[in-house]
Design a protein around this ligand. Structure first.
Ligand code: ZN
Length: 233
């Protein structure tokens, strides 16, 4: 089931309130239009009628696509600071719906699902794209690390994330994205052969295990020390 509430979202520039559909869950099997809106970046986005500033309400969405084998908790970017706590919450929610605490029929569906946790829109969009292309997200993350090692002049900065944006034939369209504004900082193309080299490679198995030690499968898992909940805002 897809669920939303109508909320009054303030424009970050002028404060004018906009009436918006804010989703708590999206069923990707039944609502292909919503999955398309996630990929297009239009879901929970709005252009202020007064000052024409475009803005988005951060996701706090439980995404399910049995067809893509994906169950995901998509959380706001700000929650990444305490990602370990968020992993515990996501695991509990999955267990109740499709895991050990669920009825047998739900457990059968749950066995087909990969549990994931993402923060911010660029990561949410990327996970859906990866699932649609039948790729393994762990290997996409390792491809990024291979790019970081070999490609000169990467615009590393706080809040700027390297994301897979599209797959065309044997090419990966990649981008450095400002995760707060969702604006691209730099776009480039990588060969899918990079992915093929790391996917399932014994040399990369230790890194693959580290990246997929929980549901937050992202290179930032390796670099951000999670804050305890007490100090999180
Ligand atoms: Zn405005």
């Amino acid at each position: 089931m897809s669920l939303f509430t109508i909320e009054q979202a303030p424009c970050p520039n002028c404060g004018t309130l906009a009436e918006m559909e804010v989703f708590s869950s999206v069923n990707g099997d039944r609502r292909i239009d919503l999955t398309e809106a996630i990929l297009a970046g239009t879901i929970q986005s709005h252009t202020c009628q007064k000052c024409e500033t475009a803005f988005r309400v951060e996701p706090s969405i439980n995404y399910l696509s049995v067809g893509e084998g994906l169950w995901m908790m998509a959380r706001p970017l700000s929650a990444m600071a305490h990602w370990k706590y968020e992993e515990d919450i996501a695991n509990t929610a999955f267990d109740e719906a499709y895991g050990s605490g669920a009825p047998d029929a739900a457990k059968e569906i749950g066995a087909l699902l990969t549990v994931r946790l993402s923060f911010g829109w660029p990561a949410f969009r990327e996970k859906v794209l990866i699932a649609q292309h039948g790729l393994r997200d762990v290997s996409v993350e390792m491809t990024k690390l291979a790019i970081l090692r070999s490609r000169p002049g990467n615009p590393l900065a706080p809040g700027v994330e390297l994301r897979l944006l599209n797959v065309r034939g044997d090419q990966f369209e990649m981008g450095w994205i400002d995760a707060i504004t969702n604006a691209p900082v730099e776009l480039f193309t990588a060969q899918k052969s990079l992915y093929d080299q790391v996917d399932g490679s014994p040399e990369w198995s230790k890194l693959a295990a580290d990246l997929s030690a929980g549901s937050f499968v992202d290179t930032q898992r390796l670099t951000i020390v999670p804050e305890p909940m007490e100090s999180a805002s």
